[in-house]
Write a protein of this length. Structure first.
Length: 137
């Protein structure tokens, strides 16, 4: 009987640890999404691992106005340590009056050393869209 109780307790603790990691994921992913939504790009960069090299054009990002950040799809891989997410981001580029959108494919992983979820895929690719916008006559 003691073995059965011990096994049940171990299973419960294992489930709680899994739920705690998922709660951490939600906290990190939502914090990052809020930073992007409120144009806090330097704060959003704090979720990245590795840090962006070269550094983003902070001035162009500061002039970019995000109007919507909408997660479309999320999948946690079987290991429970990697999550992919697709997000639609609507924004107004610097000097423009027309709203644009992009699809951001994100890859998150759980960093055991830091005990937190980090974004591996980098900041949204506003710069590619901005470069196309700036070249348009």
């Amino acid at each position: 009987m003691k073995a059965l109780v011990g096994f049940a307790c171990l299973a419960l603790l294992s489930a709680c640890a899994h739920d705690l990691e998922l709660m951490k994921m939600e906290e990190q992913v939502n914090g990052y999404g809020s930073a992007i939504r409120w144009n806090l790009f330097k704060k959003a960069a704090g979720y990245l691992d590795p840090p962006p090299v070269p550094a983003p054009d902070w001035k162009a990002l500061a002039e970019t106005k995000v109007t919507a950040y909408s997660p479309q799809y999320r999948e946690v891989l079987p290991s429970g340590k990697v999550m992919t997410q697709t997000v639609e981001i609507r924004y107004i580029p610097p000097g423009a009056v027309v709203e644009k959108s992009l699809i951001d494919q994100q890859r998150w992983r759980f960093d055991e050393d830091g005990n937190r979820w980090v974004l591996e895929s980098g900041l949204p690719e506003f710069n590619q869209t901005l470069a196309r916008t700036q070249r348009t006559p």
